[in-house]
Design a protein around this ligand. Structure first.
Ligand code: IMP
Length: 419
């Protein structure tokens, strides 16, 4: 499994792409097109929002699990764009139980953010939250509903009974149930060949001794249960989400790779203790090209928060770490890593349970020496400057987790695999 160990945007796309080479099946288990994964393949850049990153390998089955929420307009846009670039998507499978993002979800995402005003979450505006709300309210429309016109029409009308009242209240025009149904029926034919029983497919593959790679979106700190609530996404990016989001048992998962940047970024609102509002933060943003793949928003940047990373390792049972963008730190004479939080006079060695404490946490740093020589050409551990190696070793020792991969550039080859 590959998961984000921070607030998303850790560079999971590249790591997934590397690991996908060895997998037979790649499955996404949560989130939707709020995600954005960038992969550079032979100098060509691919951006994925919904489709699993493994799609570039024709021989691998790529699955969108039941835990994912799908905007069909985006899905087919992505499929078309891939086909135009010569990538066949015949290897894509979509769980019949995945929920569909409906036009009213997009409208309600926008309006709910407006209503929250200065308390807004800073969502991606893709309708993700409202879609999950309907899933749990048992008002959702699922992929399998597209196959039964009568049911689809009935469910959309039932949902709109409630949604139209809300839309009216917010002064947005009401939606016509038949029109929405007809629009979604238009996706049926294109969706049908992809629809599958994802749980059966994945479990069978495992029974046959095949390798399945689960691809997480967002990151542990954006998890609805374990993230910095309420400034989180509406799904479970933690490792456990793969079980409920695809239909596999926890006993079948034996390797969890947590991906973390060598520093920290966050998009949207919410607390961020190690955030830097100075020239170092600005340099990280510029050198690291820290702009969102999905929304283009500038990412907030700061020092590596090891306390938060240790927490991510705990709640997700991370067995190995991949540290990305180490090259971005090149040239900084001193590197700081946060090992504790201070709230008032109280010191925290573990991630605070109480959000109010987290909101008021100030970081306690340890300082490590930086390096000045470029490291993007380093192909092996021994080719990294000693201080870069010390930085990685510090991360590993503090989190008590083995660092297995180190990315020193965006390309596939710019990755050090630890022996
Ligand atoms: P939502 O997922 O669009 O509801 O947004 C909720 C929060 O998660 C916001 O702070 C977003 O910026 C953040 N978020 C959602 N998806 C991603 C992602 O892929 N990377 C980083 N942040 C994300």
């Amino acid at each position: 499994m590959v998961i984000g160990a921070q607030w998303g945007d850790e560079g999971k796309g590249k790591i997934t792409d590397l690991l996908a080479e060895r997998a037979d099946v790649v499955a996404r288990y949560q989130g939707g097109n709020n995600a954005g994964h960038t992969i550079v393949r032979r100098g060509e850049e691919f951006k994925f929002h919904l489709i699993p990153s493994g799609i570039l390998y024709a021989a691998k089955t790529c699955i969108i699990g039941n835990g994912v929420v799908i905007d069909p307009h985006i899905l087919f846009g992505e499929i078309e764009a891939l086909r135009e670039r010569g990538v066949a998507v015949d290897n894509l499978r979509i769980s019949a139980n995945a929920h569909l993002i409906m036009p009213y979800h997009l409208l309600l995402d926008g309006v709910s953010e407006q209503t929250l005003g200065r308390f807004k979450i800073g969502t991606t505006g893709r309708g993700i939250g409202p879609c999950y709300v309907d899933k749990y309210a048992r008002l959702g429309i699922r992929v399998q509903d597209l196959l039964d016109e009568k049911i689809l029409r009935r469910k959309i009308h039932a949902a709109l009974n409630e949604k139209n009242r809300l839309l009216e209240l917010y002064d947005i025009g009401m939606l016509d149930g038949d029109q929405v149904t007809d629009e979604y029926l238009g996706y049926r034919e294109r969706m049908e060949p992809f629809i599958c029983d994802a749980s059966l497919l994945i479990n069978k593959a495992l029974d046959e001794g095949k390798t399945v790679l689960f691809e997480g979106a967002q990151g542990v700190l954006l998890d609805i249960d374990f993230g910095t609530y309420p400034f989180v996404t509406s799904s479970n990016p933690i490792a456990g989400g793969a079980c409920t989001g695809t239909g596999v048992g926890p006993t079948r998962i034996n390797y969890v790779m947590g991906v973390a940047k060598a520093y920290t970024t966050r998009v949207g609102e919410g607390p961020f203790p190690t955030e830097l509002d100075d020239e170092v933060g600005a340099a990280l943003c510029e050198v690291g090209h820290e702009f969102g793949t999905t929304t283009g928003r500038k990412r907030r940047c700061g020092w590596l928060d090891l306390l938060a990373l240790k927490y991510a390792c705990r709640v997700s049972g991370i067995t190995h770490l991949a540290i990305t963008k180490l090259d971005v730190l090149t040239g900084l004479p001193t590197l700081k890593v946060c090992t504790k939080y201070k709230v008032g006079k109280k010191l925290f060695g573990e991630f605070p349970l109480h959000q109010t404490e987290f909101h008021h946490a100030t970081p306690v740093y340890e300082e490590l020496p930086g390096w000045s020589e470029p490291i993007s050409g380093a192909l092996q551990w021994g080719q990294l400057p000693e201080t870069a190696r010390d930085y990685i070793s510090f991360i590993s020792e503090y989190t008590r987790t083995e660092v297995k991969l180190i990315a020193v550039g965006p390309g596939r080859d710019e990755t050090i695999v630890m022996p």
